[in-house]
Design a protein around this ligand. Structure first.
Ligand code: PLP
Length: 451
């Protein structure tokens, strides 16, 4: 459904936005946000009636697409019954959301602390780990994103950290595995895995393992590039954590809730962390919600001793009702299975076929509905299509790629020299085909920037 164009309303929406809305991560005078009139399923449209196929799922959160009728109805019903209630009470929607999540989390991660989103879930996971171990430091990967709040941004590896990093957050960064751009001069996945684990253990040895509360990793790093870790890496990290009494935190804010074709990416690697953060896909972002799934051992630390943390909206009934409806819809409609099947049978093969024809594609990697194309100037040297953290004219190749995709009705996810293919998990084959045709055209533009 695309409603009648209404350019005048669009102009008013845009004018009020430009006058009063202060946008994330942006130089306010240099942005030109699209005024969006509506959205349904895998599409959204502007006030001129132009439709876009959304290969970004928002910020990788609309895992069941826009306006899923069962979730919309559940939110309406909850709003009519009990819109809000304080966190100290037992509330039906909250209890049921926690039960459904705990049923799906790996191992004994059976207690759920609800937050308002991903960053505060990470903040609380760190607090729990530090209090549980009595240790001050945490380790995280350079190629990572963990959120915009103070601890979460310090944990983050990507350049968004720099402006907020005073070097005092107790975070030490290390290199995770990334065979395509190996920091370890590795020639094979096995070498990359072994050397990345050795590097982590050496880093720990020099930091003093007894000072380290937690190692925090995205199960599959998302915004940083969808680098699926080599088989054995995460289990190796689990062993290192066990050896030194360190809490293993997996951040599944982006990779969780079906994105990889499993309920949680940890299931792909047969690994159980001590704490797992989630947000986004838990209710497709229809109402803000995140949380930490907590192991029995860490939950027991706070059995008789109060946990010193909380939020006014922890387990907000409206957000939890949306989570219940989302999880049930995903189960009833086989949405996770759809991501797994289409990822393996269609997305992977189609992207590899595009890579075969476009010299700007250096690597295709991913799983489920979680894919990255690494764009390069030169396939032989792997020089990125634009420099690391490029802006302005330095970034014009990626800007031209994105503009061409949009001209063909595809809204692409672009980060540095990569485009990510991360549509809703219930995307159809026909929608994917439409998206790949637009991607084909946009990659032809990227090709013109190769050597
Ligand atoms: N962790 C990961 C892996 C993320 O991808 C994100 C957001 O993209 C966050 C944490 C932060 O989540 P939020 O933006 O909901 O605070």
């Amino acid at each position: 459904m695309t409603p009648q164009p209404s350019p005048q309303t669009g102009a008013a929406v845009k004018a009020a936005d430009r006058a009063h809305v202060f946008h994330s991560w942006s130089a306010q005078d240099l942005i030109d946000p699209l005024a969006v009139a509506g959205a349904e399923g895998s599409y959204f449209w502007d006030f001129d009636g132009k439709r876009y196929l959304d290969f970004t799922s928002g910020l990788v959160f609309t895992n069941i697409g826009y306006q899923h009728p069962k979730v919309v109805a559940a939110i309406q019903e909850q709003a009519a019954r009990m819109t809000t209630f304080a966190p100290a009470f037992a509330v039906e929607a909250r209890s049921e959301a926690a039960r459904l999540i705990a049923e799906r989390t790996p191992g004994d991660l059976d207690k759920i602390f609800f937050t308002n989103g991903g960053a505060d879930a990470v903040e609380h996971a760190l607090r729990m780990a530090r209090l549980h171990t009595g240790r001050p430091k945490v380790l995280s990967a350079y190629r990572s994103y963990h959120g915009g709040t103070q601890q979460a941004i310090n944990l983050t590896g990507d350049p968004r950290r720099w402006a907020s990093d005073s070097g005092t957050a107790g975070v030490v960064h290390f290199w995770g595995p990334f065979p395509y751009r190996s920091r370890f001069y590795a020639g094979t996945e096995e070498e990359e895995c072994a050397r990345a684990l050795e590097h982590l253990e050496t880093t720990l040895a020099f930091e003093g393992p007894a000072t380290v509360a937690a190692i925090v990793l995205e199960t599959i790093p998302g915004t940083a590039g969808i680098m699926v870790p080599p088989a054995g890496y995460l289990r190796g990290v689990r062993e290192i954590c066990d050896k030194y009494g360190i809490v293993f935190v997996l951040d599944e804010v982006m990779a969780g809730f079906g994105r990889t074709g499993e309920w949680f990416a940890a299931d792909l690697f047969d690994v159980v962390p001590d704490l797992m953060t989630f947000a986004k896909g838990v209710n497709s972002g229809y109402v803000p919600l995140g949380g930490v799934a907590i192991s029995a051992e860490i939950a027991a630390t706070f059995g008789k001793r109060p946990y010193p943390g909380g939020l006014t909206y922890s387990g907000h009934p409206l957000a939890c009702a949306a989570a219940v409806a989302t999880i049930n819809a995903m189960a009833e409609e086989g949405i996770v299975e759809n991501a797994k099947r289409l990822g393996a049978d269609m997305v992977g093969p189609a992207l590899r076929e595009l890579a075969g024809r476009h010299p700007s594609v250096g690597e295709v990697r991913g799983v489920g509905m979680f894919w990255a194309l690494e764009l390069v100037r030169d396939r032989a040297t792997r020089e990125p299509l634009v420099p690391y953290n490029a802006t302005g004219d330095d970034n014009r190749a990626m800007a031209a790629f994105a503009a061409e995709a949009k001209a063909h009705g595809l809204w692409p996810f672009v980060n540095m020299n990569r485009t990510h293919v991360v549509p809703p998990l219930n995307v159809t084959e026909a929608e994917l085909k439409e998206g790949f045709a637009a991607l084909d055209a946009a990659l032809s533009v990227a090709d013109t920037f190769t050597v």
